[in-house]
Design a protein around this ligand. Structure first.
Ligand SMILES: [Zn+2]
Length: 304
């Protein structure tokens, strides 16, 4: 009835994650809503980090000369993590970095969703017979580490390379297999501007269902599903996006919140794309300033 505050989506198939079927929790907070203040939709991603060891199925060679293949099929020598403290330190910095970028603290762009004209659930005063404003939504993000598999949304395995010499781009990571230098920055030049890339920040984008910016923008040079450089937006103005070769959180990156927010309003079915994203705050609207109406597109098949 009305709106749903918390949605929990646990992962019963940990270790077999699929990009288009992400798992994460979401909390719609409305206690702060008034004529000037929006609601907040917080996406929470809990990661179970696993230190890759000789025991892992895809590790081969010998215990003293371990090897593994990266996502591109290239063979890499790996070593055991020297201690659990060192591994914990990697996990801490990865989680910090994910939060730093995805929640907008670094000035990489905060995101808001404008409540559609036909969704009434955030009209203020909330639940009142006579309302004056329609609040919008501020998109928040929180990444956490968990050691409890039953609470994890995704399992991320992390390999330890013998040294840092290959840099963060030597071993090619993917959504669920990272390396120990993935928190380091790499810089790219594209379309005359330089952008900083952090593998962890990019992979966390995949963890919450996001595809490469070249696919999202349907750049002709990018074959859907591929991950060639064109799919990272190379040579285009989209390269600086976090799902490209940069670290910017932009309007295209609101998709995770758009596809989840619809589930929080079961009484007002809506389409994700009707929650228009903005990278500057959109204040609650006066109901007298537009034409609120009813419209029922049914439950969106694109809902997460
Ligand atoms: Zn990627």
């Amino acid at each position: 009835m009305g709106l749903i505050k918390n949605i929990y989506k646990t992962n019963n198939n940990l270790g077999n994650e699929q990009l288009d079927k992400p798992h994460f929790d979401s909390c719609l907070a409305t206690s702060m809503v008034n004529g000037q203040t929006n609601a907040e939709l917080t996406i929470t991603l809990r990661i179970l980090f696993h230190a890759v060891t000789w025991e892992d199925d895809d590790v081969y060679g010998t215990p003293s000369s371990m090897k593994i293949k990266d996502v591109g099929g290239a063979e890499f020598k790996i070593v055991e993590w020297p201690s659990s403290n060192v591994f914990d330190e990697f996990c801490r910095s990865a989680v910090w970095q994910a939060n730093h970028y995805w929640n907008g603290y670094a000035g990489n762009g905060k995101l808001w969703l404008k409540t559609p004209d036909y969704v009434h659930g955030l009209d203020w005063p909330l639940g009142a017979a006579k309302t004056t404003h329609r609040a919008n939504i501020w998109c928040r993000f929180r990444c956490e580490r968990t050691k409890d598999a039953s609470k994890a949304h995704i399992k991320v395995r992390v390999v330890r390379l013998p040294d840092k010499s290959s840099g963060p781009l030597g071993f090619r990571s993917h959504m669920t297999l990272w390396d120990h230098v993935d928190t380091l920055s790499a810089s790219f030049s594209s379309s005359g501007s330089k952008s900083m890339f952090y593998t962890v920040v990019h992979e966390v984008g995949h963890c919450i269902g996001q595809r490469h910016i070249g696919e999202v923008q349907q750049l002709p040079a990018c074959i859907t599903g591929g991950s060639g450089n064109a799919c990272y937006g190379e040579g285009s103005t989209f390269a600086s996006n976090v799902m490209g070769l940069g670290s910017k959180i932009e309007l295209d990156n609101a998709v995770t919140w758009q596809r989840r927010v619809v589930r929080h309003f079961p009484d007002s079915p809506s389409l994700p794309q009707d929650w228009k994203p903005s990278n500057s705050k959109v204040a609650p609207r006066l109901l007298s300033s537009f034409a609120p109406h009813s419209h029922d597109p049914g439950m969106s098949p694109d809902a997460w």
